[in-house]
Structure formats: structure tokens, C-alpha cells
Design a protein around this ligand. Structure first.
Ligand code: NOJ
Ligand code: CA
Length: 558
């Protein structure tokens, strides 16, 4: 089992501040809104919050375009509100991590503004400018089009891997790195316990800037091939860790797409750059890639099982993972993984337990604990997210009809999880007294917190029970710190074993709508937990009802 770490024991809840709770009736969620809901979160049992960017920003990418790292965006409140949130959370034993966005800033950040004003200023080298008025290569940005944007009034272009309002910082410049480390330490000294680190595998680019083979009708090539996880990135990541995170024993969870399993040791090993990373391989199993939603990929529960287990085994080999089925960039897990069964409560619970009891720190995205589903939008004008809009038009360019494109975007849009949180069944769902910045989901009168908190059988109560079971039951040691290995199972069943030297727990999850009987290797077992009262366990056979979860424990020999 090795040496355990404090952050292995956490349950993280992700908050998208714009959409969580609006305290002042402007239709936009804010920090005071979060503070007012801490008791709800405490009741659920979460121990840590990850708060998406709430820094000053023109909000081209809803806060992932920061114009001042040390200021709170007006619409979210003030630094006093942040201090209050940190303190109030602390009183309830809830820790906070913030989003660290250091691959790029906003084009409205003063560094970029200075660079534009005066090409001779030191800030010009804080970003990646190239001479000329056209793209210097064929790299495609993550949000569509070329990565190069012309500087108005000058014969110059600058690089942006994401939106043109998100110019990439030049990590080759030591002074940039130092500025960033100072800022990171400043936040850590404020009392937060760590960071979720945005797009961090993009900080190193292929400095030859050469073209890549085109992979779309636009003649461009995905920039991930040349601007993600490039050789030499390790030096930057190590330096970042040494100068910041390591000094504070903090928790870091990296958004690190593009890292092959063979390189995981460097990222999350004993001396790795981060505490843990998100692995997107099974989150993106329904699409060709995170930036090509319109290329849908068929998949089965067996494929999902395989991908999850490959991921778990790779993570276990060298470190620790961050387990999730939703976030602010993903659609609702119910719709994605359960398809036509998205409203089946047993199915939602089994999906939840299946990922939650994996080895790693569980992350829950706001609203996931209510079993929220995707929002169906009827036209492209109803979308807010820049990525959805880009993907819609790109899909059409690639030959899809408007209808097909809309369908693909609806299934994948980042707006699916960004809808305002449904606190109750009233107008605007108790999220705000005024019209929210993004439409509520249609089912909020039925699916909301007031309806579910304390109601037996609700999804919320199931999450609460499951958290309590992982954190506080007699099986805690095995469920939190124990190892994992896959078990053989039938087609629609995912099964794994969690174990320590002296404990063993079999975890069975039927993700199919048919009853199945599984043969057990060990007949000396007893039921310890599940999502249904009745379990059919006969000697060495376990019969799983549709969407049933069953946990079995090896009985101790007396
Ligand atoms: C990943 C974030 O999760 C996403 O929301 C954002 O658009 C990009 N990084 C760019 O910062
Ligand atoms: Ca507000």
C-alpha cells in the first residue's frame, strides 16, 4: 500500500462559480453564494472544494482568460468574499483548491497590453510573437481556426492555443516563470490547500514551429501534436513544483491530457510534478478526441470497463489518480454513459458507485449528486460556450448537416454542465431571483436539491451514504488506500476488487438493463453494501438485477 498521503482521503466537489448560487440577484453565481451553501456541501460529506476560476477576467472563456491573478472578478465579489469563503469553509473542515491557469492569460492582462503597446518592453517576450502578418504554421487552435492572431496595426502575430483572447505565455522566459511562481505562493499563503492546474501540458511548444500534416478540410493540424507534452516540459514542471507546491505540502491535480501511461511516473510518481492527474481516456470514449465532438465513436460497457481498468492499473503502478465522470468541460455523465437509461435512478446510482469506489480521490461536479441530465438546445443561438459554437460550424464544414451537427453538439456541449444549479423547483430554481446568465435545465422543477436532501432513495442521499461509507465505515482503509484489480465479469457488468494485505472487497456493478448471474471465485463472502435492499447471493453465484451495485467482503476465517 505504501506511504499514504493526506489528499488521498479527500472528497472533492467542483464548483463552477457562475452557475452555483447567485447572492445578489444579477443572474450570475458568486462567492457569497458559495459561502451560503457550505452547509449543504458539509451535509453531503465533501471535504474539499475545487473552485473554477473566479479571478478578474473579460470572461471570453468564462474565467479561463485571466486579466489579473490577484483580483476577484467583480461579478463574483471581492477578495474579502474570498477570505470569508476560505474561513467559513475552514470552520466546517472543508478545504479549498483553486484553478491555476498559467498556460495563458487574457489578452486584457496588463502584461499583454504592455506587450502590445510597446514591442520593446520586457512584456513582449512574456508571450509568443512572430514577425509577419500571417500564420507561421498550420496549427489549429483548440477552439478552432489558426493558433496565430494578427496584432492590429503591426506586422506581427501572436500564438493562442485556445481562444484568441487567451494568448499563451512564453514559458521559455525565466522572468515569466518567476512571476507565476510568486503568484502561486501568494495564493497558497492565503490559506488554500492547492490547485487544479489547467491545461498544463501545453506550456512547452515545439520550438521549430514547423507544420504538421493537415487533419481537416481547413488544411490545419491539431495543435496538440506540436504544443502539448513536448520534450523538455519536465524541466518547467519540476521547477514549478520545487518553487511552489513542494514547499507547502499542497494538493495538486493536473489537467494533463496527452501524457502516455509510460510517462506517468514523472507526473505522479514519488517525485512527480503533481499529487494526481485526471485521465480523460474514458471520459472521451464517445468521441474521436476532446476537440472533435462531431466525430462520434460507438462504444460498449465492455469498452468502458477496459478503458477504466487500463487507466486504474497504469495509475496504480506509479501513483494516484483523480476519479471523475463529470466536469465543466464534459456533458452530464447520466446522458453520456447511460444513454436512454439516464433517468433510471438505479442506473444513476450504479454509475456513481462504479467510479466513486475506484482507487483514487473522487471528484463530484455540482449537480452530479442530483442525477442531472443534459440540456437539449434547439438551435446554435442557444449556446454560450465558445467551444460548442466552434465545433458546430466545424462539423458542418466537415460535411455534417445542421441537424447532425446540432445533435453532436447537444450531446457534448460544455453548456450541459454549466446550467444554473437547481436549488428548488421555483422560478429560476432558487439559483437567482432574476433571469440567470444561462437557461436552467427544463427538468429543474422535478430534479432539485430541496426535493432530494433528506428524502430516502434520492440520488443525493445515495451520494451522501456512499461518501460516508468510503470515509467512515469499517471498510475505509481498504476502500480509500487499498489496491485495485479488475475481475472477470459479463458484458454489461464492471467488476473490480479492492484489497489490502488482510482485506478484500469485491465490487460489482451491473450497467445493463438485464438481470445477470455471475460466478464467484470465492464463496466465502458476505454482502456489505449496495444500491438495493435485496441481493441474491447463493453459494458461489451472485445474481445482479438491472443496474444493481453489490459489494461483497471476504469473510474472515475464525
Ligand atoms: C481547460 C478548462 O477546463 C477549459 O474550461 C478551458 O476552456 C481550457 N482549459 C482553457 O483554459
Ligand atoms: Ca451574483
Amino acid at each position: 500500500m505504501g506511504k499514504t498521503k493526506w489528499w488521498q482521503n479527500e472528497i472533492v466537489y467542483q464548483i463552477y462559480p457562475r452557475s452555483f448560487c447567485d447572492s445578489n440577484g444579477d443572474g450570475i453565481g458568486d462567492l457569497k453564494g458559495i459561502t451560503s451553501k457550505l452547509d449543504y456541501l458539509k451535509n453531503l460529506g465533501v471535504t474539499m472544494l475545487w473552485i473554477c476560476p473566479c479571478y478578474e477576467s473579460p470572461m471570453a472563456d468564462n474565467g479561463y482568460d485571466i486579466s489579473d491573478y490577484k483580483k476577484i472578478a467583480d461579478e463574483f465579489g471581492t477578495m474579502e468574499d474570498m477570505d470569508e469563503l476560505i474561513n467559513e469553509a475552514k470552520k466546517r473542515d472543508i478545504k479549498i483548491i483553486l484553478d491555476l491557469v498559467i498556460n495563458h492569460t487574457s489578452d486584457e492582462h496588463k502584461w499583454f497590453q504592455e506587450a502590445l503597446k510597446d514591442p520593446e518592453s520586457k512584456y513582449h517576450d512574456y508571450y509568443i510573437f512572430k514577425e509577419g502578418s500571417k500564420s507561421i504554421n498550420n496549427w489549429r487552435s483548440m477552439f478552432g481556426g489558426t493558433v496565430w492572431e494578427k496584432v492590429p496595426g503591426r506586422d506581427e502575430v501572436y500564438l493562442h492555443v485556445f481562444h484568441k483572447k487567451q494568448p499563451d505565455l512564453n514559458w521559455e522566459n525565466e522572468e515569466v516563470r518567476k512571476e507565476l511562481y510568486d503568484m502561486v505562493n501568494w495564493w497558497l499563503e492565503k490559506g488554500i490547500v492547492g490547485f487544479r492546474i489547467d491545461a498544463i501540458t501545453f506550456i512547452k511548444k515545439d520550438l521549430t514551429w514547423k507544420d504538421r500534416e493537415a487533419d481537416g478540410v481547413d488544411g490545419l493540424a491539431k495543435c496538440t501534436k506540436a504544443a502539448r507534452n513536448q520534450p523538455g516540459i519536465g524541466e518547467f514542471l519540476n521547477e514549478l513544483k520545487e518553487n511552489t507546491f513542494k514547499k507547502h505540502d499542497c494538493m495538486t491535480v493536473a489537467e494533463a491530457p496527452g501524457v502516455p501511461y509510460e510517462e506517468l511516473e514523472e507526473f505522479i510518481g514519488e517525485d512527480g510534478y503533481f499529487s494526481m492527474i485526471f485521465d480523460f481516456r474514458y471520459a472521451d470514449l464517445d468521441v474521436a478526441s476532446g476537440s472533435e465532438w462531431f466525430k462520434r465513436v460507438p462504444w460498449t460497457i465492455k469498452d468502458l470497463n477496459q478503458k477504466i481498468m487500463d487507466s486504474q492499473m497504469a495509475l496504480q503502478k506509479c501513483g494516484w489518480g483523480a476519479n471523475f465522470i463529470e466536469n465543466h468541460d464534459q456533458p452530464r455523465a447520466t446522458t453520456k454513459y447511460l444513454k436512454e437509461n439516464q433517468d433510471n435512478k438505479d442506473a444513476v446510482k450504479t454509475l456513481a458507485a462504479m467510479y466513486f469506489l475506484l482507487r483514487g480521490t473522487p471528484f463530484i461536479y455540482q449537480g452530479q449528486e442530483l442525477g442531472m441530465v443534459n440540456f437539449q438546445r434547439k438551435g446554435i443561438e442557444e449556446f454560450n460556450d465558445i467551444s460548442s459554437i466552434d465545433q458546430y460550424y466545424r462539423a458542418i464544414e466537415e460535411g455534417l448537416t445542421e441537424r447532425e451537427s446540432l445533435r453532436a453538439i447537444n450531446l457534448r456541449s460544455r453548456d450541459n454542465t454549466r446550467t444554473p444549479f437547481p436549488w428548488n423547483g421555483q422560478k429560476y430554481g432558487g439559483f437567482s431571483t432574476e433571469k440567470p446568465w444561462l437557461k436552467m435545465t427544463e427538468e429543474h422543477p422535478k430534479v432539485n436539491a430541496v426535493d432530494q436532501v433528506g428524502r430516502e432513495g434520492s440520488i443525493y442521499q445515495f451520494y451522501k451514504e456512499m461518501i460516508n461509507f468510503r470515509q467512515n465505515s469499517e471498510y475505509k482503509n481498504c476502500l480509500v488506500f487499498g489496491n485495485i484489480e479488475p475481475m472477470e465479469s459479463s458484458e454489461n457488468v464492471i467488476a473490480y476488487r479492492r484489497y489490502t494485505e488482510d482485506e478484500s472487497i469485491e465490487c460489482w456493478f451491473n450497467l445493463g438493463a438485464e438481470e445477470v448471474t455471475e460466478e464467484l471465485k470465492d464463496s466465502n463472502v458476505e454482502v456489505i453494501w449496495g444500491n438495493m435492499r435485496q441481493v441474491e447471493l447463493k453459494q458461489d453465484h451472485l445474481t445482479l438485477k438491472p443496474f444493481q451495485t453489490v459489494l461483497l467482503k471476504e469473510k474472515k476465517e475464525d
